[in-house]
Design a protein around this ligand. Structure first.
Ligand SMILES: *[C@@H]1O[C@H](CO)[C@@H](O)[C@H](O)[C@H]1NC(C)=O
Ligand SMILES: *[C@@H]1O[C@H](CO)[C@@H](O)[C@H](O)[C@H]1NC(C)=O
Ligand SMILES: *[C@@H]1O[C@H](CO)[C@@H](O)[C@H](O)[C@H]1NC(C)=O
Ligand SMILES: *[C@@H]1O[C@H](CO)[C@@H](O)[C@H](O)[C@H]1NC(C)=O
Ligand SMILES: *[C@@H]1O[C@H](CO)[C@@H](O)[C@H](O)[C@H]1NC(C)=O
Ligand SMILES: *[C@@H]1O[C@H](CO)[C@@H](O)[C@H](O)[C@H]1NC(C)=O
Ligand SMILES: *[C@@H]1O[C@H](CO)[C@@H](O)[C@H](O)[C@H]1NC(C)=O
Ligand SMILES: *[C@@H]1O[C@H](CO)[C@@H](O)[C@H](O)[C@H]1NC(C)=O
Ligand SMILES: *[C@@H]1O[C@H](CO)[C@@H](O)[C@H](O)[C@H]1NC(C)=O
Length: 867
């Protein structure tokens, strides 16, 4: 946003002409005053440039003002941007992100300015001054250091941009906190500077001298590129000056008038003008740009011819003859390399006049030889960063420069493009499900997501990460099961997974689901439930004996759950004040916990068990096993399963405490006046929620849990109409009616019982699928599981829908309360799914996985109609 604003700053220029003689076009400029409060835009009085605050360009760092003795108003000549700074006490690398208007393949001048000004109250003495590095994108630009707190340091670079974004990064080398005062970007004509040596290098400014002129500020408003020229002379030089017009537009270099209209020449015509410097880096490569224009009138018998020498060798093949009409720029075509450098501007032998030099710029070449991170990885990690609002100093390129990759990121540096190899987001406050973007980091080998607040399922797509060897999911709130494809990898020994057992099915007990295993597992499940019933009986006997012996109650239920005393139960139900349900086992009361959570308390009547035919044998080992099994059932957690809050088990009473669901059960809801407002979309959500609950019991738990009593009365709705399956498993532990029934009779509720199960007594998960089909039919028709026909017969809702289904009469099926307000594609698909669930033979019925995905498609169809 702010970058765009500076594009408009050119407009201010028109207003500025009133007070300024020269008006600089600031089109394409990005001018940032680092450390200025948000939304301030101000004009530097001297340069006329409008500066914006830096909030739009960086998210990290802390603002400071320089201390009074260095800043305004004491120091009137202080450039505007130097009055305040942004410092970066945190993170190795903090980057400004500049987005110029035409970034690609354009040449830019970028200037960063610094003045310490004792901003941190450290005294500003030499020892307290930091030293840090500046990077442009992924490549080293320059080291920033200071002689004293008032020194003004400018770093300037000319670079081609090959992406939309230009990053200017401050890198902390452990020698003090980096800070910055100002940052400027200026578009430069792309056919000058550096075109000779290709676009894979940048030019870092070494010197830019306006020779022959000593009075200027160095910054001229008619320099379209906003270069800063330092006045420069030597004792043996003299200055010349002209007021004549000199065309600066002949070449793209466009030196400002003041610069080109002054020149230096040697006092003694025959002397060379010498510029001498030593480079710290013997491999440094230098390019010089020399500016010439003739400022004097040349007589016919006179001539000015100039040759340029570097370390004694000629640089120019033909002599330079400056023109009085236009400016010209000369530069070396081959870089000056070595430690010592001497540029000498001399007159040729046949020149009658002394050499002149109007201006000179010297640059060093900075190779752009570091590679950036692969674009796919950058996009993925940026997406992760924004999805989870990652609070790390993550700016600039993730992997490069390689000494300072993003915190928590490890990279492979073998390829032309760097790629992310490891990602540690442990304890980083991530919330929500695992984002799809992780899948796009194709070389990822290690992913640590531990100790966050991630929830929902562990997604299947993690298995698409071919190189993933280490995955840590501990300390999150995942539900569901570990996908088969991941388990395969774990088994094959190519992946090490760390996860919590309490929410996820433990990997070693989660087996591949092929058909044979399934049958085995179901048989196991059935026998487990049966065993539970037996164990309950044993436990009751033991409990009654213990009671006689007046010993303390033994913990029945897992210690992780809350255990209440009878008096606590009495107080949380406000002395059993409000009855919200009744069953064969006892009465359900409404209660609330200290934190206000509403709960349902199921009081278990002792007499429920009184009729039991108690086996006389008992052993402490089977009692222990009961606890283990009960624990297993009670640790089942899923968003779409009514959750168990705690229990009471003392001498006087037994109670099970559940989450309270404000909207009661689906059966009641469908037959109440609320059904009027139950849109097709809401019904689809309810269907999907409950399907997911069942899917979890069937496929998320090992051994799988077959509910055996799926019905609308066992689907509860909370105040957001989110559906949860109730009474799974536990209903077998505390059967409502005669315990002996369990051993022999088919469990379930008329209207919902799988006919195959009824015939064969062979229980499997497909029996639940059948019952769920009935639930789906109730949802769409608004009828009960058993429909009373006009003729007074009672038929199953399945038989009620069948004739309409066969003749394709959707209107005959759909609840008139929906008043035709639904997508017929969606509704048809829904009926189709429901009817496939109630097929006669179990193996013809879909699995719950399949049902969930079909229902989601129904929802998608409905949503696309709505939009
Ligand atoms: C810097 O000084 C200005 C006023 O001169 C003030 O508004 C601003 O809050 C100061 N900034 C900081 C970081 O102290
Ligand atoms: C600070 O250092 C600069 C550059 O060396 C020098 O020009 C200036 O005089 C110094 N200022 C003080 C106050 O020492
Ligand atoms: C830059 O590209 C030129 C060719 O355009 C090549 O000769 C030169 O070696 C490259 N330099 C670097 C540092 O890659
Ligand atoms: C600089 O300014 C002084 C006084 O203002 C003047 O005498 C001198 O000629 C000027 N020098 C140049 C090179 O313009
Ligand atoms: C850029 O420079 C080239 C040659 O130096 C010139 O022909 C061209 O007109 C310039 N472009 C602009 C936009 O000034
Ligand atoms: C050029 O001619 C002028 C007189 O017109 C004379 O004063 C000057 O010395 C001549 N210069 C040279 C280099 O011959
Ligand atoms: C991730 O970082 C945490 C601490 O920041 C560390 O304890 C853990 O070992 C790291 N994980 C990996 C895989 O290196
Ligand atoms: C898991 O969720 C519960 C409540 O939903 C929350 O209290 C708990 O802090 C979460 N656990 C983690 C590790 O975030
Ligand atoms: C599952 O349990 C086994 C043994 O109890 C244990 O070795 C393994 O690490 C657990 N798996 C996970 C994913 O925690």
């Amino acid at each position: 946003m702010r970058a765009n604003r500076s594009l408009y700053l050119g407009i201010f220029c028109a207003l500025a002409t009133a007070t300024l003689i020269h008006c600089q076009s600031q089109t394409g400029y990005i001018s940032i005053d680092c450390g200025t409060p948000l939304n301030e835009v101000d004009r530097d009085i001297v340069s006329g440039i409008y500066y914006a605050s830096d909030d739009a360009f960086i998210t990290t760092g802390v603002n400071f003002n320089v201390s009074e003795e260095y800043g305004y108003p004491k120091n009137l000549n202080l450039p505007y941007v130097l009055g305040d700074v942004r410092a970066f006490p945190q993170g190795n690398r903090n980057c400004y992100s500049l987005k110029p208007s035409k970034a690609k393949d354009n040449l830019y001048l970028i200037r960063a300015s610094f003045m310490h000004g004792n901003y941190d109250g450290s005294g500003g003495n030499e020892k307290a001054l930091p030293e840090f590095d500046l990077y442009l994108n992924v490549n080293f630009w320059s080291t920033v250091k200071f002689k004293n707190a008032s020194e003004q340091v400018n770093k300037e670079i000319l670079t081609f941009s090959d992406s939309e974004n230009i990053y200017v990064c401050l890198v902390n080398k452990g020698k003090g906190t980096p800070f910055i005062s100002g940052l400027e970007l200026r578009p430069v004509n792309s056919s000058i500077y550096g075109t000779e040596f290709g676009r894979n290098v940048s030019l870092v400014l070494f010197k830019r001298w306006d020779t022959g002129y000593l009075n200027g500020t160095g910054r001229y408003q008619n320099d379209v590129y906003d270069r800063i020229w330092s006045p420069y002379t030597q004792v043996s030089w003299i200055s010349t000056k002209t007021d004549a017009y000199i065309d600066i537009f002949q070449s793209g270099y466009r030196p400002p008038d003041e610069v080109i209209k002054t020149a230096a020449s040697p006092e003694n015509d025959d002397d060379p003008m010498e510029l001498l410097w030593t480079s710290d880096d013997p491999n440094a490569r230098f390019y010089a740009y020399l500016y010439f224009a003739e400022l004097e009138t040349i007589e016919k018998n006179e001539s000015r011819k100039i040759k340029i020498m570097w370390n004694g060798s000629p640089v120019s093949e033909t002599p330079i003859v400056p023109s009085s009409k236009y400016s010209m720029t000369f530069s070396n075509s081959r870089a000056f390399t070595g430690k010592d450098h001497l540029i000498s501007v001399e007159k040729t032998v046949d020149s009658t006049l002394a050499p002149i030099l109007n201006a000179i710029e010297i640059f060093t070449v900075q190779s752009l030889d570091e590679f950036s991170t692969a674009i796919e990885d950058v996009q993925a990690i940026e997406s992760i960063k924004s999805t989870y609002k990652v609070k790390k100093v993550w700016s600039g390129d993730p992997c490069s420069p390689r000494l300072f990759p993003w915190e928590g990121i490890g990279c492979s540096y073998n390829n032309r493009n760097h790629q992310i190899k490891s990602l540690n987001l442990s304890s980083s406050g991530l919330q929500g499900p695992i984002a799809l973007a992780f899948r796009d980091i194709s070389l990822l080998e290690s992913l640590d997501l531990s100790n966050n607040d991630l929830h929902e399922n562990v997604p299947e797509f993690l298995a698409d990460l071919k190189h993933l060897k280490f995955l840590n999911l501990k300390g999150n709130n995942f539900t569901g099961f570990i996908p088969k494809s991941l388990l395969k990898k774990i088994k094959a020994g190519v992946l090490v997974l760390s996860a919590d057992d309490q929410n996820l099915c433990n990997s070693s007990s989660c087996q591949d689901k092929n058909k044979n295993n399934m049958v085995v597992a179901i048989v196991v499940a059935t026998s487990v439930i049966f065993l539970l019933v037996v164990l309950v009986i044993i436990w009751i006997v033991l409990r009654q004996r213990k009671r006689g012996a007046n010993s303390g109650p033994r913990p029945l239920l897992p210690s992780g759950k809350r255990r209440f005393t009878n008096s606590e139960v009495s107080s949380i139900t406000n002395n059993f004040n409000k009855v919200i349900g009744k069953g064969g086992f006892g009465i359900v009361y409404l209660g609330s916990l200290e934190d206000g959570t509403q709960i349902a308390v199921k009081m278990i009547k002792d007499s429920s068990f009184g009729k039991s035919n108690v086996p006389s044998s008992s052993s402490s080992s089977s009692s222990k096993q009961f606890q283990v099994e009960a624990e297993l059932l009670l640790t089942v957690h899923h968003r779409n399963l009514a959750s168990f809050v705690g229990y009471c088990d003392d001498d006087r009473s037994m109670a099970l405490i559940y989450e309270y669901m404000a909207n009661g059960n689906l059966q009641d809801y469908l037959s109440s006046e609320n059904a009027e407002d139950l849109s097709w979309e809401k019904r689809l959500h309810i269907a999907i929620d409950s399907a997911q609950g069942l899917e979890y019991l069937h496929h998320g738990c090992r051994p799988p849990i077959v509910h055996r009593d799926v019905k609308t009365a066992n689907i509860l709705l909370n105040d957001n109409l989110e559906a949860k399956i109730a009474d799974f498993g536990v209903s077998k532990v505390f059967p409502e009616d005669d315990l002996s029934q369990v051993e022999t009779a088919v469990m379930g509720t008329p209207g919902y019982i799988d006919p195959e199960y009824y015939r064969t007594f062979m229980l499997n998960e497909k029996s639940d699928v059948y019952s769920f089909g009935v639930v789906l039919l109730e949802l769409i028709t608004g009828q009960r599981a058993i429909v009373k026909t006009e003729a007074g017969d009672k038929i199953s809702v399945v038989h009620y829908v069948e004739p309409f289904f066969e003749t394709g009469e959707l209107d005959g099926v759909v609840d008139p309360l929906l008043r035709g307000d639904f997508s017929s594609d969606s509704a048809w698909k829904f009926v189709d799914v429901a009817m496939s669930c109630v097929r006669d033979r179990g193996y013809n019925r879909p699995t719950m996985n399949h049902v969930v995905s079909e229902l989601q498609q129904c929802l998608a169809a409905e949503l696309s109609r709505e939009s």
